[in-house]
Design a protein around this ligand. Sequence first.
Ligand code: GDP
Ligand code: ZN
Length: 458
Amino acid sequence: METDTITAISTPIGEGAIAIVRLSGPEAISITEQLFKGKSLSEADSHTIHYGKILDPQTQEVAEEVMVTLMRGPKTFTREDVVEINCHGGMVAVNRVLEIILSKGARLAEPGEFTKRAFLHGRIDLSQAEAVMDLIRAKTDKAMSVALKQMDGRLSGLIQTLRQDLLETVAHVEVNIDYPEYDDVEEMSNEVMRDKTKEVHREIDNLLQVAKQGKILREGLATAIIGRPNVGKSSLMNALVQENKAIVTEIPGTTRDIIEEYVNVRGVPLRLVDTAGIRETEDIVEKIGVERSRKVLKESDLILFVLNHNEELSEEDEKLFEAIQGLEYIVIINKTDLEQNLDLNRVKELAEGNPIVTTSLLVEAGIDKLEQAIADTFFSGEIDTGDLTYVSNIRHIQLLKQAKEALEDAMQGLEMEMPLDIVQIDVTRTWEFLGEIIGDTASDSLIDQLFSQFCLGK
Ligand code: GDP
Ligand code: ZN
């Protein structure tokens, strides 16, 4: 199957002064050797670095000064011989080197093909391969660390355990079918099935719970800024955008009036929605009532509710408190540079334990505290503890849901005291769905589709 030698530029195009051309395959070393003026590579030890020059095979002119890293399989990412050519001369030079390598019989790698080889050679499993892809795409520190954890094989490990559990229950049933004369075996099988399916079901549920948080990391927390007119909503949005590097400023396909900004607040990606552009959120409650505005607000992962320190609490403020009850919100008391007319005790009462932060956006005070509160809200709890397994991949989430459904079918079958060999079909389906997450039962076309999404050179 994969016996040719592939090559690609494996550093981001147009970024940095140093670029790396990577080769992988049986000819990686011999192809490089033909072009390389320096130490003999075929005689060099594995995992060594060599300074030298790449010569143009036609003119014998020096094309580029390079550092060549030599790694012999199988102790490499792809498990094949790998050579990395470190070029200093920028993109023009690196493209020339790539061309020369191609002229010597290496093939340009398809997107993700290096990682695909690592997968096919058993170096990494599918969920790890996908994590590599996520890593490449990770826009924020947090998303990055989630991807890293997954690459660690945490998710794979857990999935494997669950599959093993299911396999054991199936084995029990097989015993039962083979020896139907033993009544106690049947009873035992039934009990084992009941216990194990419940246990696995709970684990899958847990994974799906954290999956929601993984998704948030990727897409950003949908964050709504609400409050009466003039309290400082737009000022707050501007402050957050100025303080924190905006990740993306323009999202194609968004309505002209909706202003969305992506900011990274201490590792928490926020998708800020300034409601002012469409309709002042303060009007929502009046226009459509508490129940329906609640529904609208519920679509937010986080609500920043701004109050005016300078004014008394109004009926509108109280209604907004009512509308966000039970949702994730932070109260921001703004304009602390002005005289206090707001009843703080009443605000505390209404906030029901949600964080309250005071700011003066005019003089840029309190923004730090607000950022800390935002980070705390989402990372103090489950998300930041190092030992949770995160599911952050849409495909994984779908497979987990399918596995859960199949398992529920099995559980229902047990409840209805259906024959175990029937129940077993659903257990096997569960096992297969879980297997697809780590690539055990994934079909070739699925694998091809997945790897084609990778960046070139990875
Ligand atoms: P929005 O209607 O809620 O979006 O409020 P804006 O952000 O447009 O602010 C309304 C007015 O309040 C503007 O004139 C701001 O300059 C002013 N403002 C915002 N924050 C503060 C603050 O902390 N102190 C004072 N004194 N004025 C502020
Ligand atoms: Zn505004």
